[in-house]
Design a protein. Sequence first.
Length: 190
Amino acid sequence: MKRSKKTDELCIGLDEIGDSGYHLSCRKSKSFVTDSLHELKNIDCSFEEDVGIELDFFKTGTTVLIRGGIATTMQLRCVRCLEGFTLPLAATFNYNLCPEKEGDLPAEMEIPKEAFDAYYYSGTVIDLTPLIVEQIVLHIPAYPLCQDSCKGICQGCGADLNRAPCHCGKEEGAVSPFAALKDFSPRQKT
Ligand SMILES: [Zn+2]
Ligand SMILES: [Zn+2]
């Protein structure tokens, strides 16, 4: 029999992870992801399509290893030319989840914290939403550019220089009407 559809497929019960692990394959709607991003990280980001999620879960003792990836397409705005553009997001990752209240962590988990992403779960259910949100946040460029070579907008006339060169540049070598101001500086008070 097919497993009945859970109300939230991003909540995985520990008991669902058997000896051979557990595989999660689902899509979350872009509105769900947009809302979660806003709720958890106060970040507004739009998506062109739903977020595909493929994850494998393995249990060793009380530690749960999650590995897999997510994929979607982000809608961003270029900081140079202000045009909207899309950027594919494909993230693969590993997480080790430890139970939240277990006193001391095993020694091997204490030191190399940056060697892997350690996370905690509480109770018997793992909510994947914060992990998915974090992965998306990590992949949102801080300085989105439609292309590395984006020429941006002319400071002089506001033309999108990716579409056509503007005429301001032509006067660069010529004497600008403001050239006289270049060496002008207010008289210093002495
Ligand atoms: Zn651009
Ligand atoms: Zn111009």
